[in-house]
Design a protein around this ligand. Structure first.
Ligand SMILES: [Zn+2]
Length: 100
């Protein structure tokens, strides 16, 4: 559903429609607003346990842990945003095989 994965300037460029079933990837303006909350939730799910593990299990200092988490966060920021958009579309758009 996304275009060139390595176009760093346009990380969220999407195709207008699915190449197989012609489902629109933006059924209404602002459709992906909710994906931001999803991305926030996913980030918490992933990074919070990791942060706690680093500090309480591996004995990292708070600053080292924060630095590492922020590094990971920015490294995977767009990846996470894309996964969230994909998840959001999967959750919201109903599959209608008769339109294919
Ligand atoms: Zn499709």
């Amino acid at each position: 559903m996304f275009k060139d994965p390595f176009m760093l300037m346009k990380p969220l460029d999407m195709h207008e429609r699915c190449s197989l079933c012609k489902q629109s990837f933006e059924p209404e303006p602002g459709f992906y607003f909710g994906a931001m909350f999803l991305s926030y939730g996913l980030a918490c799910l992933i990074y919070l346990p990791l942060a706690l593990l680093l500090v309480f299990y591996f004995g990292w200092s708070i600053n080292a842990m924060l630095g590492f988490i922020f590094f990971l966060y920015f490294l995977f920021f767009f990846k996470l945003l894309r996964i969230s958009r994909s998840l959001w579309a999967h959750l919201i758009i109903k599959y209608k095989p008769e339109e294919a």
